[in-house]
Every structure is written in structure tokens, then in C-alpha cells.
Design a protein around this ligand. Structure first.
Ligand code: A3P
Length: 305
């Protein structure tokens, strides 16, 4: 148990990683009751590594041929991507729902698009496809610090100073942490079974979104055809899911989405959306310290940031 992240939110360690109690209860429910299908496609991330973006992209890729040509745009106008593809443990199997999420997982037609923050080692044994997105730990850390302070502020808690959670983060105590172990679990599986795990990096997604969108579509089993390529479908998906498009929508300025029993303001899922925002928050020493931990943790794995 650790209360260092403050804001009335306690993190608990379960099977080696740190989570809110609600996420752990949901994880146990997933481990007990979720029946995976080989056709399932599960988006896996550690919190604050770009889940919202990945959900938007996967949703748009998957639904691009909807009979209603406006389906994707009109969905995003009403719904934050976080609610378009549900988290297994903190939405579908959560005991803490404020409202009824109107999804019966057993009735969803295949392929089911799902999401999770559960570390690979705790995720139920399955043959389902996994798309993992990770991010430079420095940016994830800064993003998480903003996000958790925002969550606490809603309950009247004072913000926690960045310096006060820094050492905790480095020692692995952060939501979903140790963040390095989270990435390594999925990374190793992606090396063992590349047909099962597609491993993506936020920075690469930023650098060439179209290229990664094509990779995601192929992996999901719905590659872009010639007509779609010529018709600019990939470019359109990239645009509709971009930070600028999503953050301008009214639903993402004033709306909320229920996650883990919290009514979370959508704008907090779309804060800055940049690579390297850590430079505005971390001292040179802090950045070097995280980089050192990253290097030590990932040494010999073939994964780097
Ligand atoms: P910042 O806090 O650095 O801005 P998650 O979705 O896993 O909670 O991660 C949130 C982070 O992803 C936030 O990072 C958010 O701004 C960024 N993000 C959300 N949507 C994005 C998009 N469409 N493009 C790029 N970044 C996005």
C-alpha cells in the first residue's frame, strides 16, 4: 500500500505492479470471469502512454467501412475515445460503475475490440491479439502527475509536487508501474509471438502516424485496399484521431467519461499530446535519473526509448 501519489488515491501492489484498488478488483474479476476469444483484439497500455489515441485509431480503422460515412466523426463528436473501446478491468468488469455501461461483453460480435492496463504477466492466458503502446517514461511520468493531480483536485485535494512523486516513480511505484516491467512483459511476448503482439511506441506513432496506422490495420486483419489508399482513407483516419481534432471537440472540452468508477473530465485525456513535454517539468538531473533507470531496466532486452 502506498499513498505517496496523494490526492486521496492509494496505490496497492498486486502481482508485482501498482494500481488503484478499483483496478485491482477489476483485474481479479477479469482473471476470474473474462473468457478470451482468439478473435479478440486487446489494446494494452500503461496509464498515460497514449491509450486515448490508440483507442481512437483502432476504433476508426475498424469502423471505416460503416454504412454511415459519418459514423466515426459523429461518434467522436459525442463520445471520448476512452468510451469507444472499453477497458476490461476498469469499465466492463468494474464493480464501481457509476452508470451502466451498456455493453454485454459476451454478446459483442467478433472481433471484440477491448482495452486493458493489466500487465502482461497478470493478463489471462489467451490467444487474443494484443496491440501494445508504450511511451518514453519521462513523458508518461509528467502526464501521470498532471492526471492524478487533476483527479484529486475534483475531490478538493491539494496538488502533489512533482518532486514528491519522482522517487516513487523511479522505484516503480506509479499507476501500472513499474512502467518498465509493464512494457517489458508485452515486449518479450512480441518477440516470442509477433503474430500475437504488435508493439508500438508513442514517439513512432507521432513521427509517422500513417505508417503506424497501416501496421495497426494489417495486424487487426483489415489492411487498407488500393481504393482506400487512393481515396485518402488513411490520411483521413490520422486527421480525425489527431490531438488537434479531438481536443477541439466540445465533448472533449466539457464532457466526462466514466473510468474505474470515476467521472473523469475528457479534457484531462487530451492535455498536451507532445513528445518531450517532460523538458518543461523535469530538471536535467531528474531526466538523467529516469534515463538511467530505463537503461538499467531495459538492458539486454532490445527495447529502448
Ligand atoms: P500528455 O499528458 O503528455 O499530454 P492515456 O490516453 O494513456 O491516458 O494518455 C494520455 C496522454 O496521451 C496525454 O499526454 C494526452 O495528451 C495524450 N494523447 C491523447 N490523445 C492523443 C492524440 N490524439 N494524439 C497524441 N497524443 C494524445
Amino acid at each position: 500500500k502506498n499513498q505517496g501519489w496523494g490526492n486521496g488515491k492509494t496505490l496497492y501492489q498486486y502481482q508485482g505492479s501498482w494500481h488503484l484498488d478499483k483496478a485491482i478488483e477489476g483485474t481479479i474479476a477479469v482473471q476470474d470471469r473474462f473468457v478470451p476469444c482468439p478473435t479478440d483484439i486487446v489494446l494494452a497500455t500503461v496509464p498515460k502512454s497514449g491509450t486515448t489515441w490508440l483507442k481512437a485509431l483502432a476504433f476508426a480503422i475498424f469502423n471505416r467501412a460503416n454504412t454511415d460515412p459519418n459514423f466515426i466523426k459523429s461518434t467522436f463528436t459525442k463520445t471520448n475515445p476512452q468510451a469507444c473501446i472499453p477497458f476490461l478491468e476498469i469499465q466492463l468488469f468494474s464493480n464501481h460503475r457509476i452508470t451502466d455501461i451498456n455493453i454485454d461483453i459476451n454478446r459483442l460480435p467478433p472481433p471484440r475490440l477491448l482495452a486493458t492496463h493489466i500487465p502482461f504477466s497478470s493478463f489471462p492466458q489467451s490467444n487474443c491479439k494484443l496491440i501494445y503502446l508504450c511511451r518514453d517514461p519521462k513523458d508518461s511520468f509528467v502526464s501521470a502527475w498532471h492526471f492524478f493531480n487533476g483527479l484529486g483536485a475534483k475531490d478538493g485535494h491539494k496538488p502533489v509536487a512533482l518532486e514528491d512523486v519522482f522517487e516513487l516513480f523511479c522505484s516503480g511505484v506509479s499507476p501500472g508501474g513499474p512502467i518498465w516491467d509493464h512494457a517489458l512483459g508485452y515486449w518479450r511476448e512480441s518477440l516470442r509471438r509477433p503474430e500475437r503482439v504488435l508493439f508500438l511506441k508513442y514517439e513512432e506513432l507521432k513521427e509517422n502516424t500513417e505508417k503506424q496506422v497501416r501496421r495497426i490495420a494489417s495486424f487487426m486483419g483489415c489492411p487498407f485496399g488500393l481504393e482506400e489508399e487512393e481515396g485518402g482513407v488513411v490520411e483521413e483516419i490520422v486527421k480525425v484521431c489527431s490531438f488537434n481534432s479531438l481536443s477541439c471537440l466540445e465533448v472533449n472540452r466539457s464532457g466526462t467519461t466514466e473510468v474505474a468508477g470515476f467521472d473523469i473530465e475528457n479534457r484531462t485525456f487530451l492535455r498536451r499530446g507532445e513528445v518531450g513535454d517532460w523538458k518543461n517539468y523535469l530538471s536535467v538531473e531528474m531526466a538523467e535519473r529516469i534515463d538511467r533507470v530505463t537503461e538499467e531496466k531495459l538492458r539486454g532486452s532490445g527495447l529502448s526509448f
